[in-house]
Design a protein around this ligand. Sequence first.
Ligand code: KQY
Length: 415
Amino acid sequence: MMRQSRQHGEASRVYNEPMSATLRSTPAADGFWMPAEYEPHAGCWMLWPERPDNWREAARPAQQAFAAVAAAIVRFEPVSVGASAAHYETARALLPQQVRVVELSHDDCWMRDVGPTFVVNRRGAVRGVDWRFNAWGGLEGGLYFPWDQDDRVARKVLELEGRDRYRAPLINEGGAVHVDGEGTALVTEECLLSPNRNPKLRRQQVEAYLRSYLGVSTIVWLGRGVCNDETGGHIDNLACFVRPGEVCLTWTDNRRDPQYPISRDALERLASARDAQGRRLRVHKLPQPGPLTLSAREARGIVPREGTKPRIARERLAASYVNFYLANGAVIFPLLDRRKDRAAASRLRRMFPGRHIVGVPAREVLLGGGNIHCITQQVPARGLRRRHSPKGAAGRSAEVSALTDSAGPELSVSF
Ligand code: KQY
């Protein structure tokens, strides 16, 4: 991935340019924007779980689950996993050989939030935004201390990818933003306006940063995130774009469920919103799993530590099927509730008719506070792009595979 010298043609390489320069401008000023997740990927990045104060049984069940997610994604695109020096051997042993494992320090393993948000330009160049990170709220309600290794992950990934970097002045996480790739961002007030992220910034200033660093022109604000979501209301657990003009929203019809007013409010806001292209949004409701709670046995497997948010038995888990990952030609979604997984798969098949629908058992990921979208980060494919592409790009043809319920990291179900 050495840079090509412009003066000396494609064959020669220069060794005196940085692999990843930190740029002083902004993506929007340079003609870059964040593409949608449903656009083509060059690959996917993940991290390896290990903290015993967040993952039960010294993270062993979570490691199996992460390995199954990586195995499901690598069928569709290259996957790289960062693991600490102490856990490199375990990660290498549990992950399929097609997955690249690199030694990478981190505090926890939420690549969506600590990794770079990639941006592209018309000529197909790829760069990355490195947001400031404070473990979802810093010392006032954040989830752990310290978080300095996490805050360095995006920069390291950009060096490994050989991509230039924008260091954004905003405290933000990848899971707090979704985009349609055509000028619209979807966010929540609970998260982006929370006093423990950027207390001095008002809505208009946050919007200005999102415009500059995501290259969007329209921001659709929803209210609160999923009930009891410890990230402070990340959009990626609540709603996402399915394609331009269409949004998937976690849903319950049970008016007594605390999620009901949250989803109802989001639905009303989406119904009255217009995207950057002036379209009204079509909303697909995706019924939530459960409600699910942390069991006493699961809680006992976590080693409490001062400075880390404790996990209490019977607490409600922020479970949502919306927390899926769109790989090239596939939807990798969390299996969370036997009574509802199949219905979720058929809704997803209707939403994404051209993609394989692959379910991966993900309760162990949920126990750590997030899900498949939160532990993954896509790298967009290089290639010429239009600033605003037309609606309805064709996907791959659908395929319904047999159940492949074998043990180990291959464990995933194709619907
Ligand atoms: O929602 C996400 N993008 C991340 C979840 C982080 C949970 C931390 N325990």
